[in-house]
Design a protein around this ligand. Structure first.
Ligand code: X2X
Length: 340
């Protein structure tokens, strides 16, 4: 779909040069945007991430006097995460928001913020990703030709849901057929816990659970509620096994083609949207468990330390420390404390 500012007469040109800035042609008609960009995400349209991104786009249009027009396409309308990531690389899609460990299929370092049980609370999360760890990851993203904005959006601390057995101890995960996002870190984590993980994009998760291709999945409570996963799951184990958040990304060529004054507006508004969205989720998190209980989901409070010990015993931390390298691992531990 083309954004409104693109006129039919320019479509042929745009098809081959869609990543380049559009030159406004006056001719007495309303001025077209200099930059008409698409932003894709994998969250439902009613999730705070989609709502705040849409607000940011409206503010950017106003503050730029219409020179930058960003259309937000939530809910995987432009494709799965895997597809959006390759589109943003090629420039077929200008922007997307992407979970760090999924982005890691392109930028390996980007999964480091999702290491199992690295963060105990949000204060530590934000100190890490707004601080040195985030700066390191943004540098790596940049080296791979994408631009990442400073502030990550929140997805949340992840919990395990099941339509079959209840997950109370690490042993309960043995052979458990669980959906994980398409990401080496996620597969490694659940393999280390003895489960049978299958990589499936979020766009397919509801139906994979419904048809019982998998028994369970893991996601933050807010998303379990908003994406109505409780309809096809029976129990939820509050493991908090990892924190997950989204980088706001822009194709590097598109970003560099934008003049500094417009870059400043876009960056400012997406960073503001991220902070607003974090606050939205903090509010939602206060009531979401009760809501899900009301919808019939059974909650389990397991001993989280047992899961973390199982990961340690399986060599999970040693393995990932080697993959990231000592310097990156030290940056993580400088905020998270000792892990391996
Ligand atoms: O795919 C998921 O589970 C999701 C939506 O939480 C992520 O983007 C990692």
């Amino acid at each position: 779909m083309r954004v409104r500012a693109m006129r039919a007469g320019r479509r042929a040109v745009l098809a081959t040069a869609c990543a380049l800035p559009l030159v406004a042609i006056g001719r007495g008609r309303a001025r077209a945007a200099d930059f008409a960009l698409k932003l894709g995400n994998d969250m439902p349209a009613t999730h705070p991430l989609s709502i705040r991104q849409t607000e940011a786009a409206a503010r950017i249009k106003a503050a730029s006097g219409g020179r930058v027009e960003i259309n937000v396409f939530p809910n995987n309308q432009l494709g799965s995460d895997t597809e959006m990531l390759s589109q943003v690389r090629s420039g077929a899609l200008e922007m997307c928001s992407m979970s760090g460990p999924i982005l890691a299929t392109l930028v390996p370092a980007a999964s480091i913020s999702g290491i199992g049980f690295a963060f105990h609370d949000y204060d530590t999360v934000w100190r890490a990703v707004d601080g040195k760890l985030g700066a390191y990851i943004r540098g790596e993203i940049d080296r791979r030709g994408l631009h990442a904005f400073d502030r990550m959006f929140d997805n949340g601390f992840r919990q395990i849901t099941s339509s079959t057995r209840q997950i109370r101890t690490p042993d309960d995960l043995h052979g458990f057929k669980i959906r994980v996002p398409v990401s080496p870190l996620w597969t490694s984590l659940f393999q280390a816990l003895g489960a049978s993980p299958t990589s499936i994009n979020f766009s397919e998760v509801y139906s994979a659970l419904q048809t019982r291709i998998v028994e369970g999945q893991e996601n933050p409570l807010a998303l379990i509620e908003i994406a109505r996963l409780y309809e096809v799951q029976k129990s939820c184990s509050l493991t908090d096994h990892m924190w997950d958040g989204f980088w706001m990304l822009c194709n590097g060529r598109v970003w560099r083609s934008m003049p500094a004054d417009l870059q400043a507006i876009v960056a400012r508004e997406f960073d503001r949207a991220a902070l607003d969205q974090r606050a939205d989720l903090a509010t939602l998190n206060k009531t979401v468990e009760a809501k899900l209980k009301g919808q019939g989901l059974v909650f389990i409070e397991p001993d989280k330390a047992a899961f973390r010990d199982a990961l340690k015993k399986a060599g999970f931390y040693e393995d990932w420390k080697k993959r990231y390298g000592d310097a990156a691992w030290a940056t993580l531990e400088s905020v998270a404390g000792s892990l391996a």
